[in-house]
Write a protein that binds this ligand. Structure first.
Ligand code: HAM
Length: 414
């Protein structure tokens, strides 16, 4: 028997309505902020991701699904959406249509991580990117959009953490300083952190290892070494968040797992998630468009995991709307089945969701099925009903009943 690949999951018919509801809600919120949907391919040239996300990151170093296709080209299943969006932005000259491009996406991403609760190999993200604005207002629009989504779904236990990771002017100076401090305790750090000192010292501050955390506790933070421009920007972001009543904490150790960030970086975490506690992450990336061959374009965005949102909603017993047939048309005898078959199709083309029995079952079994399908109404049709042109319309939710003309079925159900 075939099984799905480790770290992938089927979204079964019983769950798909929940996914559709979540996606509808997301689309509605994106629309309110005037972000338009962009759909990019699931796979891209490997070098696009290596160059954007960074050769030394875990994603590029060990998690990408890469393969050589029959034309000997190295292809990768997208591990995230930003690189593809920016590739498309440049390729399609989206900057020439309007000065600020605001897009959103919803779709599958692929990373070969060790699967666990809330961590899959094919997972789904929703995200938004705003390309073309350097203002702090844009950062806060992106953050407020992300926060609004969780508020809209009624989430309570989530926290917004923000940091500034500086820019190409102040970050290198800070990195040198941090490297010196880390080298003093290098032999006591975890092997993973030791490896990072040279190339990616800021990630050491982000280590989950308890001993690493103790050793780096008092080390200088980037927020204390920002240049004037980054510092002013960061202060403005914080002020705007407060103005908008969006609570946040500054976490000077927040460094994201992707290398393209400049200035603002943020994460939304939830204690309801366990060890994979990140609901969403994002930040500003002012150098990426140029790095990928476009004109310098200051940009900011975020992305979030749908499975993680879903886990919390299910734990909270969120009341998802469950689609159900409006009407179950049941056959009291075999002679009425043809009439029912025809009538069901007519009602369906009138826009009414109708279910009938395709398994030639007894009336009792049909009524059981109507309940299982959570149909709103049922009508039983037999010889008498067809002769009189009337039937009982039964409300299966409150068990009331009324006599109706068969010719009035549409009207009664509308
Ligand atoms: P990221 O932090 O790598 O950022 O991913 C964003 C979110 O995707 C995470 O917070 C998490 O909810 C979800 N996620 C990531 N990996 C997995 C996984 N293996 N299983 C389930 N969920 C996962 C980005 O992807 C950036 N592109 C965000 C961004 C957009 N920055 C600027 N614009």
């Amino acid at each position: 028997m075939y099984k799905s690949i480790k770290g992938t999951k089927d979204i079964l018919p019983a769950e798909s309505a929940r996914w559709q509801f979540v996606e509808r809600t997301l689309r509605d919120i994106f629309h309110r902020y005037n972000y338009k949907e962009i759909r990019t391919p699931i796979f891209e040239q490997t070098s696009l991701f290596a160059r954007s996300i960074g050769e030394l990151t875990d994603i590029v170093g060990k998690e990408m699904y890469s393969f050589t296709d029959r034309s000997e080209e190295s292809i990768t299943l997208r591990p995230e959406g930003t690189a593809s969006v920016i590739r498309s932005f440049i390729q399609n000259n989206l900057d020439q249509i309007q000065p600020l491009t605001k897009v959103f996406y919803i779709g599958p991403m692929f990373r070969q991580e060790r699967p666990q609760a809330g961590r899959l190999r094919q997972f789904h993200q929703f995200g938004a990117e705003a390309a073309g604005s350097p203002t702090a207002e844009t950062d806060v629009e992106i953050i407020s959009l992300a926060v609004e989504i969780y508020r809209k779904f009624g989430l309570k236990n989530f926290q917004l953490k923000i940091n500034s990771v500086g820019d190409e002017d102040c970050r290198p100076r800070y990195k040198e300083l941090l490297k010196k401090e880390l080298l003093k305790v290098a032999d006591k750090l975890s092997p993973e952190s030791q490896k990072r000192i040279e190339q990616n010292p800021m990630r050491v501050l982000d280590s989950k290892d308890e001993r690493d955390k103790e050793l780096t506790a008092g080390m200088p933070l980037i927020t204390e070494y920002l240049n004037e421009e980054c510092s002013v920007h960061f202060e403005r972001v914080k002020a705007l968040l407060s103005t908008c009543n969006i609570p946040f904490v500054v976490d000077g150790k927040l460094v994201r797992g992707l290398d393209y960030y400049t200035k603002t970086a943020f994460e939304i975490t939830s204690t309801a998630l366990g060890s994979q506690d990140a609901l969403a992450g994002g930040g500003r990336y002012d150098l990426l468009v140029k790095e990928l061959g476009g004109k310098p374009t200051p940009s900011v965005g975020f992305a979030a995991g749908i499975e993680r949102l879903m886990m919390i909603l299910e734990n909270n017993h969120f009341e998802f709307p469950e689609p159900a047939p409006a009407l179950f048309l049941a056959a009291a005898d075999d002679d009425s089945r043809e009439w029912i078959f025809k009538r069901a199709n007519e009602l369906r083309s009138q826009g009414i969701a109708v279910e009938i029995d395709l398994l030639a079952r007894s009336l009792k079994a049909q009524m059981k099925e109507a309940d299982r399908q959570n149909a709103e109404f049922s009508v039983v049709i037999g010889k008498t009903e067809l002769q009189n042109g009337t039937a009982q319309l039964k409300n299966l939710r409150n068990h009331s009943q009324k006599q109706i003309l068969l010719s009035d079925l549409e009207k009664e159900l509308q």
